[in-house]
Design a protein around this ligand. Structure first.
Ligand SMILES: *[C@@H]1O[C@H](CO)[C@@H](O)[C@H](O)[C@H]1NC(C)=O
Ligand SMILES: *[C@@H]1O[C@H](CO)[C@@H](O)[C@H](O)[C@H]1NC(C)=O
Ligand SMILES: *[C@@H]1O[C@H](CO)[C@@H](O)[C@H](O)[C@H]1NC(C)=O
Length: 404
């Protein structure tokens, strides 16, 4: 079969990783897979999209992305429709189109593509704030079209049960029972092959052998609530002896782009917060670590602290589980599905991070036990093989049903 992935901007991010992984899975399964996108920058994309693994066709990149700094969503819709028209006017059009993020292209694709699959990372309309009345007015028809066109897909995947529940509340005209949860996965062979740097080298400091490293990995964005990790570290003092506390350090690592104002501001704010709480000596801030560094700090840390509330799914807990680390996360969103409370980690409220953290800091054997349980749960439920099997069988079923 010929499967085309239609994706708006094939850069580097969670959504892009997911479509590339899905494409790899289908290719390994023997299908012919290619990409159509409205933007692709070889200096800012995943390797698989530029090393010839997949043919990538860029169409409509000349269309504007915004009109005087406004109407981004409207322009994205026009660009995607253009790309969809390109696909249907090709001489040999694909048997299946897999699209995500922007659903407006679906009715156009349906004109001649037998099976259209849509992956819903999260309803698009919830990702933009519409505080002004004018913006609300402008979003109204767009939201309506998002809902109607999403419903036209032959198969809709969502990234978690949490997103499914949000889908249900947002798209009231659609039946959420028709969606299927397809959890994203991670490429574990990269974790297995990569050279692991010692922490001393990454942090440029020497540590005792019984040091306990807490780790937070997330982009420097306010909605990720990274400050929770720093506050938890400061509060931990209440639960530990001086000696125990002296051996605890926190590593804050995350994507950082100096052109993004929020990243710059929030990073400085967090440094300020650490100072205010008197834990500057205990916190290491890393900006945009390389993939090898990221895996190295995961492997060398003792506990992962995952702070964002209402995360749609959350890949970092999976990565930590794969390298056998316990995870403490906010009791909301996707982590409720990836973490088993009191077995692979703890699901907590904002104010109880430090309390649960102290239990793990004090007890190494419990950390190892939770870590081992996490790895097992990852392999049972979130492995790449699981992702791949679920994707392929569900796409083939849809295809066969349509062609009967
Ligand atoms: C995973 O990573 C390995 C090593 O980096 C690479 O060779 C392989 O193609 C990747 N596989 C997938 C499915 O991403
Ligand atoms: C956590 O698990 C342990 C051992 O399985 C059990 O003894 C304990 O009561 C549990 N704690 C909570 C809060 O559920
Ligand atoms: C540490 O955790 C283990 C479970 O792995 C438990 O049996 C033990 O009682 C705990 N130790 C303390 C001091 O709480």
């Amino acid at each position: 079969m010929h499967v085309t992935f239609l994706h708006p901007d094939l850069g580097i991010g969670g959504a892009e990783r997911l479509v590339v992984d899905a494409a790899l899975a289908l290719k390994e399964n023997g299908q012919y897979v290619d990409f159509v996108t409205t933007h692709h920058d070889p200096n800012h994309c995943f390797t698989e999209t530029k090393d010839g693994t997949f043919k990538v066709t860029v169409v409509g990149d000349w269309l504007p992305r915004h009109i005087f700094g406004k109407f981004f969503a409207f322009c994205a819709y026009v660009r995607m429709i253009w790309a969809a028209l390109y696909i249907i006017f090709q001489a040999n059009h694909p048997d299946i189109v897999f699209c995500d993020l922007v659903s407006i292209c679906i009715p156009f694709l349906k004109l001649c593509i037998p099976v259209v699959i849509f992956y819903c990372h999260h309803p698009d309309q919830l990702l933009t704030s519409s505080e002004s009345r004018l913006k609300k007015f402008y979003r109204l028809p767009l939201n309506f079209f998002e809902e109607i066109t999403t419903g036209l897909a032959d198969k809709i995947f969502v990234n978690s049960l949490y997103t499914k529940s949000v889908y249900k509340q947002t798209f009231r005209r659609l039946n959420a029972d028709f969606t299927e949860v397809l959890y994203p996965s991670i490429n574990t062979s990269f974790f297995d092959q990569v050279y692991i740097f010692p922490l001393e080298r990454i942090l440029d400091k020497r540590f005792n052998s019984d040091t306990c490293f807490l780790l937070s990995i997330n982009r420097y964005e306010r909605k990720k609530e990274l400050s929770i990790a720093i506050k938890a570290l400061a509060d931990l003092k209440k639960y530990l002896s001086l000696e125990e506390y002296a051996n605890v350090y926190l590593i804050m690592a995350g994507g950082y782009d100096k052109r993004v104002e929020e990243n710059v501001e929030y990073y400085l704010e967090l440094i300020g917060l650490a100072d205010e709480l008197g834990v500057t000596e205990k916190v290491f801030f890393l900006r945009s670590p390389t993939d090898a560094e990221k895996v190295s700090i995961l492997v060398n840390c003792d506990i992962l602290i995952y702070t964002p509330p209402n995360e749609h799914f959350g890949i970092v807990p999976l990565e930590a589980m794969y390298v056998s680390k316990p995870v403490i996360a906010h009791n909301s969103g996707g982590p409720k599905e990836s973490i088993i409370n009191n077995v692979t980690g703890y699901l907590v409220e904002k104010s109880t991070f430090s309390e649960k953290l102290s239990i793990l800091v004090k007890n190494k054997s419990l950390r190892l036990q939770f870590g081992a349980a996490g790895k097992k749960y990852f392999i049972d439920k979130f492995s790449f093989k699981k992702f791949s099997n679920c994707l392929i069988s569900s796409i083939l079923d849809t295809y066969i049903n349509k062609n009967q």
